[in-house]
Write a new protein. Structure first.
Length: 251
C-alpha cells in the first residue's frame, strides 16, 4: 500500500565528475529494485545537471531547501516554482541542520512546507529530537510540536502527498542509529498523531527513518511496520552502499 522510498540527501557534497559516476551507478542498479521509489537530493547548483543525467529513468529528483513565494528580493534563495520548473518532484523541509545551523524555527518550517505544496512539490518534513531531549523524556513532545505547527499552518490536506522523515538529531552523521524498536515507536506515534486528523492520510503517508542508516542496519529498520523507507546522508554518496540499502527494502 505504501511504496517504500529510499532517498539520498547529498547535503553539501559532490563535484560534477563524482556526481556523474554516482548517478551512473545508481541508474545501473535501480531497475533491480522496482518495489522501491528511489530519490536523490543534490545541491541546488547540481539539480539541472542531475535532472539531465536522470532522463528516461524512474529515479526521482528533489531539492534540499526552498524559500517562500515565487520570486522576489531574497538574495541567495530559490523558490518552489523554480524547483518544479527544473524538474524536482520533492523538497526537504525542516532538516535538523537547517533548524540548528540556519535557525529555522517552527513557523518558518511550516511556511516552507506550505510553499512547497503550493508549488506542486512533495515536501519531506524532517522532524526529530536531540540527545538531551530524548534523555529528558521529551521525544514525543518535540515530535508533536514539530508536527502540530505544520498541521495548524498548512492544514492536514496539505499532507496528502507529503512524506515525513523521522531523523533523531543524535543519530545524524554520528554512526549512532536508533534501534529498530526505538524508531518504530516514534514512527507509530507520528502516524497516530496524523490519524487523529485524517485516518486515510495517516494510512497512506510514508514515514522515513534517517540517521546513520547503512547497508548493515537497513534491513532491520526497514522491516518495521511503520518505517516506509530511509533518508540517507553519508551512505547515499556511494552508489554501492546506496543500492545495498535499496536491496534491503522488503518486497
Ligand atoms: P547520515 O545518514 O549521514 O546520518 O545523515 C542522515 C541525514 O541527515 C539525512 O537527511
Amino acid at each position: 500500500m505504501r511504496k517504500p522510498l529510499i532517498a539520498g540527501n547529498w547535503k553539501m557534497h559532490g563535484s560534477k565528475s563524482q556526481i556523474q559516476s554516482l548517478i551512473d551507478g545508481i541508474k545501473h542498479g535501480a531497475p533491480h529494485y522496482p518495489h522501491a521509489e528511489i530519490l536523490v537530493l543534490p545541491t541546488f547548483v547540481h539539480l539541472d545537471y542531475v535532472h539531465n543525467l536522470l532522463s528516461h529513468t524512474s529515479i526521482q529528483l528533489g531539492a534540499q531547501n526552498l524559500y517562500l513565494g515565487t520570486q522576489g528580493a531574497f538574495t541567495g534563495e530559490v523558490s518552489g516554482c523554480m524547483l518544479t520548473e527544473i524538474g524536482c518532484q520533492y523538497v526537504l523541509v525542516g532538516h535538523s541542520e537547517r533548524r540548528t545551523l540556519f535557525h529555522e524555527d517552527l513557523n518558518l518550517v511550516a511556511e516552507k512546507f506550505k510553499a512547497a505544496v503550493t508549488s506542486g512539490l512533495k515536501p519531506i518534513l524532517c522532524i526529530g529530537e536531540t540527545k538531551d531531549e530524548r534523555e529528558r523524556g521529551d521525544t514525543e513532545r518535540v515530535i508533536s510540536d514539530q508536527l502540530q505547527s505544520v498541521i495548524q499552518l498548512a492544514g492536514i490536506e496539505a499532507f496528502r502527498e507529503a512524506v515525513i522523515a523521522y531523523e533523531p538529531v543524535w543519530a545524524i552523521g554520528t554512526g549512532l542509529t536508533a534501534t529498530p524498536e526505538q524508531a518504530q515507536a516514534v514512527h507509530a506515534f507520528i502516524r497516530q498523531l496524523i490519524s487523529q486528523n485524517h485516518i486515510d492520510i495517516a494510512n497512506t503517508m510514508r514515514i522515513l527513518y534517517g540517521g546513520s542508516m547503512k547497508p548493515d542496519n537497513a534491513a532491520s529498520l526497514l522491516a518495521m511496520p511503520d518505517i516506509d523507507g530511509g533518508l540517507i546522508g553519508g551512505a547515499s554518496l556511494s552508489a554501492e552502499s546506496f543500492l545495498k540499502i535499496c536491496a534491503e527494502v522488503p518486497k
